[in-house]
Design a binder for this molecule. Structure first.
Ligand code: ATP
Length: 253
């Protein structure tokens, strides 16, 4: 059966339908179905090696499915990687910036590379919206903390007005206050209609901010839960199931 996804207007900013993918003949993702709407935060959890980063790589066009379809804002990222990436901001675990440039210069330069020519006021507004202290705008990013680097990356995403944001383990190494601040930024992007796919091991943070949480186990999406009511998720039950995916040899002593 062929699955057809209409090109425009896309109902979901990020879509993977029936995707099988891997590396060098080894299958990692098995029939992955993920659809993330505008203004939705989706957290993908799973044990080490489950295929979470591979799922992100699909949307960036770095991994081609052997079957199934992937679309970013209606665009096939393998056939048109440049066009697909125009619609995406990707924030890896460690944000890469030009260390000798200031926060403001980084955003200006990276916007320029993306073919966008925002003036200084627009860049300052984006940095302020991302929660970076004004005093840090003109400091070299070389000495920035992980949280500050993420704010620069979020400012870039805000300025680019991308419909989709991909995040790889954004809160690992952040203290609880920085995590809460980061989650508020994600909520800001969600309110602007951005579709957010976040790969994480941080169940608590995911439960705080995500609209849906999916569990990937050896490349299979074994469970999806949606936030409900004031408590949003039953974190203890999710933790039991999530921890249950860890094999005894991997459990901490
Ligand atoms: P983690 O939580 O440890 O980051 P993950 O769920 O993100 O894990 P992936 O990084 O997607 O998992 O890796 C899934 C599997 O694919 C692993 O077995 C990994 O060794 C393998 N893999 C990842 N990248 C490549 C690559 N470029 N070439 C070959 N195998 C790879």
């Amino acid at each position: 059966m062929t699955i057809e996804i209409s090109a425009a207007p896309p109902s979901h900013a990020l879509e993977a339908l029936g995707v099988v993918a891997g590396y060098g003949g080894k299958t990692i993702l098995r029939q992955l179905d993920l659809r993330i709407r505008a203004g939705e935060i989706y957290a993908l959890l799973g044990a080490n090696g489950a295929g979470k980063t591979t799922a992100l790589s699909l949307f960036l066009g770095f991994v081609a499915p052997t079957s199934g379809q992937v679309r970013v804002h209606g665009v096939d990222p393998v056939a048109q990687p440049g066009e697909a990436r125009r619609h995406i901001a990707y924030i890896p675990e460690n944000v890469a910036l030009y260390e000798h440039l200031t926060a403001r210069e980084n955003v200006a330069y990276l916007l320029d590379l993306a073919g966008q020519n925002d003036g200084p006021d627009a860049i300052a507004r984006a940095l302020a919206a991302a929660g970076l202290d004004t005093a840090a705008f003109d400091r070299r990013v070389g000495g920035f903390s992980k949280g500050m680097r993420q704010k620069v990356a979020i400012a870039l995403a805000l300025a680019r007005k991308v419909p989709a944001l991909l995040l790889d383990e954004p809160t690992s190494g952040l203290d609880p206050q920085a995590t809460a601040e980061f989650n508020r930024l994600l909520q800001l992007l969600r309110a602007q209609g951005v579709a957010i796919l976040m790969v994480t091991h941080d169940l608590l943070s995911a439960a705080d901010v995500a609209d849906r949480i999916g569990f990937l186990d050896a490349g299979l999406l074994v469970e999806e839960v949606a936030a409900e009511g004031d408590d949003r998720f039953d974190v203890r039950a999710l933790h039991r199931r999530y921890a249950g995916q860890i094999t005894p040899s991997e459990q901490p002593a």
